[in-house]
Design a protein around this ligand. Structure first.
Ligand code: AMO
Length: 434
């Protein structure tokens, strides 16, 4: 529709054609109002029954809610209208009639279960507060890309069908690839590392990762979006600086450019971009502080992974985004480098929101011999990774990077209760369509 005007752009005095969904019809007797909604907002359409063509009135007032219509008419100021203007229709077309019974109520007056919402995402996304999440998600991705570009990183796209896993053998989705065993990729880890030895040196990717997570939890997805960064000639502390800058840039962009969306979500007052430096605790300090909270039944000892309740207790104690550094080498993956002066300590780090882990990263093992030894220590066959390891023989610089969970960033930023709310069409154990 070349001549269509967004409702938000309809100015008094203009004759416009607006098109969108029937949000509401209010029939007051001699006069009736139809509220038309499009992506830019809503506009009131006025029907004065005695003064207007009967067919037009009948069509306008008889159409089911959520049908798609277009209305042509003159715009006038009307202080009593929800947006201060209204259209008096000269013509009205029903473009796509909606059924009278809808599986969920896009006006939000009737609450729906998350599963009903996800089954009917198109209707669900007609609600301002749901649409706002995805407008914010888009803004976060834009801000993250800009920040990486400012840091001279090149955006890359790596394969999602791969021959080997990297993040632990149990969480792989197998597929068949022309009769050969193959998997959906769990992380761009090895590919992004291969790029730091290429002419690109510093790269980032925003793309899907696939994890055959056994548990159905409010913060795990089977298909998630990973925001990955990797750079030559930096160490883990510089990777943490980049990680912090990227997360702050995302918050700042939302604060600056998404006030309407924050309003729709009821967050306009409380939303605040993190300002100070994120504290950096060592793993040792982290377990001591968790133990000191007394929240866990059993005290944590060196080498334990942090249980969810432990992360929660620590998050409450710290009260802001923070890093956990210097993890035991044995619980970090083979590609993470150990400290030169202490092989039991890794350069791996996690970045935490008070409620959950957002990021893993670290400096990488770039020395060929150490890398191959690391594979063997973790019971992995270095031959299966030859495509990766052999490039470490041809000039691989020291490098570091991280992976940031895209949905967890949105979820924690907006206080969403379930990670699925931050995904258009989430994939979990029960959900393969839509
Ligand atoms: P890791 O496995 O910790 O590290 O993943 C990085 C971040 O991705 C997010 N994430 C998930 N989000 C939702 N559902 C999931 N199933 C899921 N799995 C992971 C989390 C997590 O912190 N290769 C390393 C990164 C690196 O070292 O560069 C990696 O994948 O927010």
């Amino acid at each position: 529709m070349r001549n269509r005007t967004y409702t938000a752009d309809a100015e008094p005095g203009d004759t416009v054609t607006v098109a969108g969904w029937v949000h509401e019809v209010r029939d007051l007797g001699g006069i009736a109002f139809l509220i038309l909604r499009d992506t830019s907002g809503k506009i009131q359409v006025k029907f004065e029954k005695d003064e207007m063509d009967d067919d037009l009135v009948e069509t306008g007032l008889g159409v089911h809610r959520e049908s798609v219509i277009s209305v042509t008419g003159e715009v006038a100021e009307e202080p009593r209208a929800p947006t201060g203007v209204e259209v008096t229709p000269e013509s009205l077309d029903v473009i796509a009639e909606a059924e009278a019974q809808l599986p969920l109520d896009p006006s939000g007056k009737v609450d729906a279960e998350l599963s009903t919402r996800l089954d009917n995402r198109t209707l669900d996304l007609r609600k301002d507060e749901v649409k706002a999440i995805f407008e914010i998600r888009a803004e976060v991705q834009r801000a993250v890309r800009d920040e990486f570009r400012n840091l001279r990183a090149t955006e890359i796209n790596t394969p999602k069908i791969v021959a080997t896993g990297t993040e632990g053998g149990t969480e792989l989705f197998p597929i068949t690839y022309f009769g050969q065993e193959a998997f959906m990729n769990q992380s761009p880890q090895l590919f992004k590392q291969l790029m730091v030895g290429s002419g690109l040196e510093r790269v980032f990717e925003v793309g899907p990762i696939f994890r055959a997570e056994e548990h159905n939890t409010p913060r795990h997805l089977n298909e998630a979006t990973s925001i990955d960064f990797e750079s030559a000639f930096i160490d883990h502390t510089e990777a943490m600086d980049v990680c912090e800058a990227v997360v702050k840039a995302a918050y700042e962009a939302v604060e600056e450019n998404c006030q309407d969306e924050l309003e729709a979500l009821g967050l306009a007052e409380e939303f605040e971009a993190p300002s100070g430096e994120f504290p950096r605790l060592t793993y040792e300090e982290a377990i001591q502080r968790i133990n000191a909270t007394g929240e866990l039944d059993e005290q944590l000892v060196w080498g334990d992974d942090l249980p969810t309740e432990g992360e929660k207790a620590l998050g409450e104690d710290v009260g802001e985004h923070y890093f956990i550094t210097d993890w035991p080498s044995e619980i970090k993956p083979f590609y993470i480098k150990d400290h030169d002066d202490d092989e039991t300590l890794s350069t791996g780090f996690d970045m935490m929101h008070p409620n959950m882990e957002l990021v893993s990263g670290g400096q990488r093992e770039h020395r060929f011999d150490h890398l191959v030894a690391g594979f063997e220590q973790q019971g992995l066959d270095p031959d299966a990774f030859e495509y990766y390891t052999k490039m470490f023989k041809y000039g691989m610089p020291p490098h570091a990077g991280f992976g940031l969970g895209g949905e967890r960033l949105i979820m924690t930023m907006l206080g969403l209760e379930n990670i699925r709310e931050a995904v258009l069409f989430p994939r979990d154990r029960q959900r393969l369509s839509p």
